[in-house]
Design a protein around this ligand. Structure first.
Ligand code: HGY
Ligand code: MN
Ligand code: MN
Length: 407
């Protein structure tokens, strides 16, 4: 039977309890709590007679066969991981909606198989590199990525093994050639739909992003005896650079630049900081604007460091161009929204999504759900039950459009 918006929200909130933390929702790449998520969603998909597996990158995958045996499949999914102290809907809602869609078919088989995918890692929290799950689907995992280490020195390769999977089988995670399409339903993570008083919108493009791991090195010295003009204070240097990053972004329309995850050593109040690490995240819908901004910011970091007698080092963690969604699928999604009484508005996404990676090889489109207050990456993240109901109806309508195309 067709799940209601309330049922879907309840399932997302239930899954939010699967966490690395007893008090918050935090699920990073292949943390132990991901076994609970796989078990819960795997049992649900199993009850719908779907073939369920976890691939070598830790993506959870459920297949609802088509009426003709094999054939080009429709992929529906999103990510299972979260940022630290997350809400209950970012990522997981797109997976739960996909399974709810299969449940609403009540065993009916369409002229194409449907594969539901819960990507193992989209946020990039554990290794600083995002999209590990979806990259495996399009064959973009290389040895350099597998050897990237987390803060404890554990590599992606080792993390996969520790989770009980075999990283030598990563190649098998690749999606079959000739996938029909990839659909991702996701909360907007911003205030636009609420402002437009629209429950849903179609994503026509996803803004590109550049991510760096930044390192400022000075030298530790006694906080009480070292005169201000003789210090090599790495944290003061980082702080000056952070204000430059913010001021730079405020000058350019549509540019967002963020320094976060600042970590200073030694962690003692009476020692001048010697070593500071941080992340830099630069985004803009126009790639040339984003790249020019990133270049400016790295240059300003180096000159601030030079003036202060510090060292500034930045390593790229992601260079992701802006991605247009497939125009035919955008049209199909707009028709689906109009067929269920929505306006079918088009939005550009400032947030990154697995769809921007999958789109490299598979025609892809996203549908956003209204996000009350635009609150996301925060425990107060929410969705409205009526909007979730509509999202499921839109998904069913897209399925019908595909079924009439394929048959
Ligand atoms: O950071 C992002 O854009 C997304 O939430 N992973
Ligand atoms: Mn997110
Ligand atoms: Mn997300």
């Amino acid at each position: 039977m067709k799940l209601s918006g309330d049922d879907i929200i309840a399932r997302c909130r239930h899954i939010a309890r699967f966490s690395e933390s007893a008090t918050e929702t935090t699920r990073t790449f292949l943390c132990p709590a991901m076994h609970d998520v796989h078990r819960y969603l795997g049992e649900w998909m199993g009850s719908l007679h779907m073939d369920v597996r976890v691939d070598a990158m830790g993506n959870l995958r459920g297949l609802h066969p088509g009426s003709r045996g094999g054939g080009r499949r429709l992929l529906i999914g999103s990510h299972l991981d979260t940022v630290p102290n997350a809400g209950a809907f970012d990522g997981i809602l797109g997976v739960v909606l996909g399974i709810a869609l299969v449940q609403s078919l009540e065993g009916e088989r369409l002229p194409f198989p449907i594969e539901i995918i819960g990507f193992s890692e989209e946020e990039g929290v554990r290794f600083g590199v995002p999209f590990l799950g979806s990259r495996a689907l399009i064959g973009r995992v290389d040895d350099q990525l597998l050897s990237t280490t987390d803060q404890n020195g554990v590599s992606v390769y080792e993390a996969i093994r520790q989770f009980g999977l075999n990283p030598t089988h990563i190649g098998e995670a690749c999606a079959d050639p000739g996938v029909l399409a990839y659909l991702e339903f996701h909360i907007e993570q911003g205030p636009v739909l609420e402002h437009l008083d629209q429950p849903l919108a179609v994503v026509q493009a996803i803004a590109g992003q550049s991510r760096y791991a930044v390192n400022v090195t000075g030298s530790a010295s006694h906080a009480g005896t070292t005169p201000m003009n003789l210090r090599k204070d790495a944290l003061a240097g980082m702080a000056e650079w952070i204000t430059v990053v913010e001021a730079d972004a405020k000058q350019v329309n549509g540019l967002v630049s963020t320094v976060a995850a600042v970590h200073s050593e030694p962690r003692a109040g009476n020692v001048v900081p010697a070593q500071v690490t941080a992340s830099l995240d630069v985004r803009h819908a126009a790639d040339e604007v984003r790249r020019a901004a990133a270049k400016r910011l790295l240059h300003s970091g180096a000159s601030i460091a030079e003036r202060r007698g510090l060292k500034f080092h930045a390593e790229v963690r992601l260079e992701q161009a802006t991605v247009q969604m497939d125009p035919d699928l955008v049209g199909m999604a707009q028709r689906a929204l109009q067929n269920i009484g929505c306006e079918g508005r088009l939005l550009t996404s400032g947030a990154g999504h697995d769809a921007m990676v999958i789109a490299e090889k598979v025609p892809s489109v996203m549908i956003f759900l209204r996000n009350p207050g635009g609150i996301s990456h925060h425990p107060d993240e929410s969705v409205l039950r009526g909007d979730v109901d509509l999202a499921l109806s839109a998904l069913l309508n897209i399925l019908k459009q595909f079924a009439s195309q394929v048959s």
